[in-house]
Design a protein around this ligand. Structure first.
Ligand SMILES: C[S@@+](CC[C@H](N)C(=O)[O-])C[C@H]1O[C@@H](n2cnc3c(N)ncnc32)[C@H](O)[C@@H]1O
Length: 249
């Protein structure tokens, strides 16, 4: 089992120290990382069963390109797989796992305290159909997940990188849609949301321009619970933009 102390208390992927092997800027940055006592207790109790042991290719959030996730052995059963990218504190993935006990949920998050907080909630609710990986989602989608293995992919409120010079760090780009289309089932769905107007526009443009996916703006996805993050956006008067897409036929 991964030891919490070895995990990215601080993913060490700031702009200044981007590892040399990564050609693209990453969509996340340094994060403070001490676990609370409660998080550490949940980690000690649940990490072995819930947190995947990810072989690394370099930094602590990287993914060895030879690593493959086998959902049947990871979850101990075959079931539709939902993958959440940037699951934060895990409010959505745990609530959805409770609502859909017949589906498997995999949360990808680079922020270890968020993963630990997700374990706190998993323990409180008793869900057993959630697994987590402290891993860069881009790398996980590129190689670790089998092609066509994901029923739904969720990208809720990816970091907005609102300064223009940081836009290159945004997760949702046309090249990223190739990875999305790679892992989705042919009839699978990619769901996105942002509270940042110009990222919402970018998402709509990316989906419209991409040869890999088709879709566009939709009504708020009713399967999403209101996270602290979404609440904050609403409290500041921001409009939430929801989109949905699927692989191009
Ligand atoms: C703004 S927060 C939103 C969290 C959550 N989805 C919500 O709605 O409350 C974005 C999250 O994405 C994570 N993240 C950013 N880039 C990522 C990547 N490449 N792989 C995995 N997680 C990532 C960050 O660590 C952060 O927790």
């Amino acid at each position: 089992m991964p030891d919490a102390a070895d995990l990215p208390q601080d993913p060490a992927t700031s702009a200044d120290e981007a590892p040399r092997y990564r050609r693209e800027p990453v969509s996340f940055t340094r994060r403070g990382g001490r676990l609370t006592e409660k998080q550490q207790a949940a980690w000690d109790q649940l990490a072995e069963a819930y947190v995947l042991d990810v072989p690394r290719a370099g930094p602590s959030t990287s993914v060895d390109p030879d690593w493959r996730i086998d959902p049947a052995s990871t979850f101990g059963r075959d079931a539709p797989l939902v993958v959440e990218i940037g699951s934060g504190r895990g409010e959505n993935v745990v609530a959805a796992a409770e609502r859909h006990p017949d589906w498997n949920f995999l949360a990808l998050e680079v922020w270890a305290p968020g993963v630990a907080q997700t374990l706190v909630q998993a323990r409180a609710t008793g869900v057993t159909n959630v697994r987590l990986a402290v891993a860069n989602a881009t790398e996980t989608l590129a190689t670790a997940l089998e092609p066509g293995s994901v029923h739904e992919l969720w990208t809720w409120f990816p970091d907005p990188w609102h300064k223009k010079r940081h836009h290159k760090r945004r997760l949702v780009t046309v090249p990223f849609t190739e990875l999305v289309a790679r892992v989705l089932e042919p009839e699978g769905t990619w769901r996105l949301a942002t509270d940042w107007a110009d990222y919402g526009e970018q998402m709509a443009e990316v989906v419209a321009e991409s040869p890999h996916v088709e879709g566009g703006p939709v009504e708020r996805f009713e399967g999403r619970v209101l996270t602290k993050f979404e609440q904050k956006g609403l409290a500041k008067g921001r409009v939430i933009h929801d989109l949905a897409a699927r692989p191009t036929r």
